[in-house]
Design a protein around this ligand. Structure first.
Ligand SMILES: Cc1ncc(COP(=O)(O)O)c(C=O)c1O
Length: 391
């Protein structure tokens, strides 16, 4: 039996995804299978557990900051897996990816400025922009021949308004699963450079890439002007509650400015558990990740084949990356309320409602597939029964 097949029971109430209070407030019931937050139901790689155990056994937690080794490990990892040449000196550590993005927004723009996002998109981006008193400038993705693409005309029109100072790019894109290719990134960078917009590229999902697709970081297209948030082990290794975020800022002026703010707030001070777990993940976790990717790909393919045969009214965008799948339920021709009733109450599935990712997506939901295949199969069979029974 594959270790990813194991269904872990027990203390799930403590996990945000399965917390009954959360479930009730979001779905109106806690009697459902939670497949919403983007974390994994799998245990971390045994080598990470062993390293954490070593620290516990050592039982000394004196000051111990060692981000430099981590930066080297992240650079080596990205070179090996994605052919990227990253300079360890260009990294800055922050507590998490969202902390980093929130800080960058403040450094790169003023209150009232516009920050562009490509909807439908990871919902926390809206909050992070609004709570910094900046304005969300939505650049809706368009669907061309069933595939999400960037709308460059709309980007240019909005960049040229001078209101937009920065853009949060999501690459790989959560929730639609696109991994932006070099041509798309080049066109985007050209426009950003023309209109003096800094791209903050959230690359937290960069290691979850399916066969036939390559990941390209924004900093492999343009080293001078843009910023990547790359190297968080959160999604790759299932370390959401024990990971840091890493900003990659090659431009010296921008680097110094951001570093100054981070140092003045002591945000770069690490935690030994995160540091050593991250080092171990990036130096010894490659084989485990290969197994995870094969497992996720098998799961994704099973879903596509089940849905095309058994649930043809539902369309799923085949992701190039991430363990999220973006499902289009419009073929069921239900109202928003009825669709929610069908999914949450009848099929008993806790999927993330589409409107979280931007207005106009009430017929969509996102499913997190990083669970044992048997659980995912059960979920889709429940969905099929609910659809067949109707509402
Ligand atoms: C695109 C994206 N960015 C950031 C995060 C959260 O990162 P962190 O927990 O390190 O702040 C997530 C989590 O789902 C995500 O999908």
């Amino acid at each position: 039996m594959n270790s990813f097949d194991i269904q872990h029971q027990g203390f799930t109430d403590h996990f945000a995804k399965a917390n009954p209070q959360f479930l009730k407030s979001i779905f109106g019931t806690d009697d459902l299978m939670p497949l919403w937050i983007a974390d994994m139901d799998f245990q971390v790689a045994p080598t990470i557990t062993k390293e954490l155990q070593r620290l516990v056994d050592r039982s000394i937690f004196a000051y111990e900051f060692n981000a430099r080794e981590v930066f080297k490990a992240i650079a080596n990892w990205n070179h090996k897996r994605h052919g990227l040449s990253l300079n360890p000196k260009s990294f800055i550590q922050v507590s998490g990816v969202l902390t980093g993005i929130g800080l960058l927004i403040r450094e790169l723009s003023d209150e009232g400025d516009g920050i562009m996002v490509q909807t439908p998109v990871y919902h926390q981006f809206f909050k992070i922009i609004k709570t910094a008193n900046r304005e969300v400038v939505a650049n809706p993705l368009k669907i061309v021949d069933g595939k999400y693409e960037m709308d460059f005309d709309d980007i240019e029109q909005k960049f040229s308004s001078k209101k937009v100072k920065a853009m949060i790019l999501c690459n790989p894109h959560n929730p639609v699963g696109r991994v932006w290719n070099r041509e798309e990134l080049k066109t985007l960078v050209q426009l950003a450079n023309t209109y003096n917009v800094t791209i903050i590229s959230d690359e937290i999902h960069s290691d979850i890439i399916y066969s036939g697709t390559n990941f390209n970081s924004i900093v492999s297209i343009d080293l001078e002007n843009h910023i990547a948030v790359i190297g968080s082990p959160a999604k790759t290794f299932g370390m959401q509650s024990i990971s840091n975020g890493y900003l990659y800022i090659p431009n010296n002026d921008k680097h110094q400015k951001v570093k100054h703010t981070i140092e003045s707030l002591y945000l770069d001070h690490g935690n030994a558990f995160s540091t050593f777990a991250t080092l171990t993940a990036y130096t010894k976790g490659g084989e485990w990740l290969d197994e995870l990717l094969a497992y996720l790909e098998k799961t994704k393919n099973w879903i596509q084949s089940f849905v095309s045969k058994e649930l043809p009214q539902i369309a799923i965008h085949d992701p190039e990356g991430t363990y999220q799948m973006w499902m289009d339920f419009s073929g069921l021709q239900l109202s928003e309320e009825k669709l929610k009733e069908l999914i949450f109450k009848k099929a008993k599935l806790g999927l993330t409602p589409g409107e979280w990712f931007g207005s106009g997506h009430t017929q969509y939901m996102r499913i997190n597939i990083a669970s044992p295949l048997s659980k995912i199969q059960k979920a889709f069979r429940q969905l099929k029964s609910a659809v067949n029974e109707g509402i």
